[in-house]
Design a protein around this ligand. Structure first.
Ligand SMILES: Cc1cc2nc3c(=O)[nH]c(=O)nc-3n(C[C@H](O)[C@H](O)[C@H](O)COP(=O)(O)OP(=O)(O)OC[C@H]3O[C@@H](n4cnc5c(N)ncnc54)[C@H](O)[C@@H]3O)c2cc1C
Length: 306
């Protein structure tokens, strides 16, 4: 790469948000660079992405390969398998984008589509093997694959635990809540859940017993064994290191841990846009991310058109 290759937009991240934006910007005849970290993506454990019409059940790798085949057909968007290390303001306008291979690009605008990092619980044996199969973060993504099984909702607080009685009947008639010891209003929550045919188990989960990722028993630190075939477990999330760095260096604003954007996906930093999971906790998903990527592309075109 020319040390100061010039782009209309550098897109950081090549998931559904970034690649949808790349396709739209290509069709608007913008020159875009998609920088995609070579590390495996967040949904690497997925055996098939669900809910994307026309791509139902395709693996994450197949979705990305298909997107690049489409982009390559236009021959305008450039791809680099490299991590973006930093984004700084350039004198005279635009941004300098520092890439992990030592190159620097100049871009009029930057679109962050870096997703989020799931912070998996430390020390729970069997979690990694079951994650994305029978330990699921979202019923909309993987409820179908786990239908008619016994479910445990790993809950953080009484309101969350109460959902065990009502929220997941479409997939399972047997859903209990599992909460860490000391959860507030535990006795009251247990009574309410039992009255609704559910239950609350309190304990610290230490081991998931499974056969090749097919969960059958949850073991607590006191040795209690709870027979469950599926856990609905949404671990905490954090931003990727680049985004955390930009909060300090560019003053990129977060809202409750997620990148704050307007309806046009513009962040608090003029010219810096964000789309996809990094902007939202409860509206994540491949299609939502793709939609936000498309919105960002339209906004970039109209606000910074060529
Ligand atoms: C196990 C699992 C199964 C799922 N199943 C489904 C499903 O069936 N249906 C569904 O709709 N959703 C599903 N999801 C959620 C879905 O994968 C995400 O909502 C979606 O991928 C978000 O898209 P995104 O483009 O915002 O981010 P991502 O897809 O996470 O892409 C972000 C990309 O940015 C890259 N990146 C990060 N930092 C940098 C950097 N500094 N430089 C360059 N690149 C960087 C990352 O490596 C990553 O490839 C699943 C998630 C998980 C964890």
């Amino acid at each position: 790469m020319d040390p100061l290759a010039q782009y209309d937009t550098v897109i950081v991240g090549g998931g559904p948000a970034g690649l949808t934006a790349a396709l739209a910007l290509t069709r608007y005849r913008h020159r875009a660079l998609v920088a995609e970290s070579p590390a495996p993506p967040r949904n690497r454990a997925s055996r098939g992405v669900h809910g994307m019409i026309g791509l139902e059940g395709a693996t994450p790798a197949q979705v990305r390969a298909r997107a690049w085949a489409e982009l390559d057909g236009y021959g305008l968007a450039e791809r680099r398998d490299v991590t973006v290390e930093d984004v700084t303001r350039a004198e005279g306008g635009g941004f300098h984008v520092s890439l992990g291979d030592g190159a620097t690009a100049w871009s009029r605008t930057v679109l962050l589509t870096t997703g989020v990092i799931d912070v998996h619980p430390a020390g729970v044996e069997g979690f990694a093997e079951c994650w994305g199969r029978t330990v699921i973060h979202c019923p909309f993504c993987l409820g179908w694959e786990n239908a008619e099984r016994t479910w445990g909702l790993v809950a953080d607080d009484p309101e969350h635990a109460a959902m065990a009685a009502a929220g997941f009947g479409a997939w399972s008639a047997d859903v209990i809540a599992i909460a860490a010891p000391g959860m507030a209003r535990a006795a009251e929550t247990r009574r309410t859940l039992r009255a609704a045919g559910s239950d609350l188990v309190e304990g610290e989960i230490v081991r998931l017993h499974h056969r090749d990722g097919d969960l059958h028993t949850v073991e607590m630190s006191d040795g209690t064994l709870v027979e469950r075939q599926t856990l609905l477990w949404s671990p905490p999330q954090r931003q990727v290191p680049l985004v955390t760095r930009l909060t300090r260096s560019l003053g990129l604003a977060l809202d409750d841990g997620f990148v704050a954007v307007g309806t046009d996906q513009q962040t608090s930093v003029p010219g810096l846009y964000a789309a996809g999971d990094l902007t939202t906790r409860w509206e994540q998903g491949a299609v939502n991310a793709a939609g936000a990527g498309a919105t960002a592309a339209d906004a970039l075109h109209f606000a910074h058109g060529r």
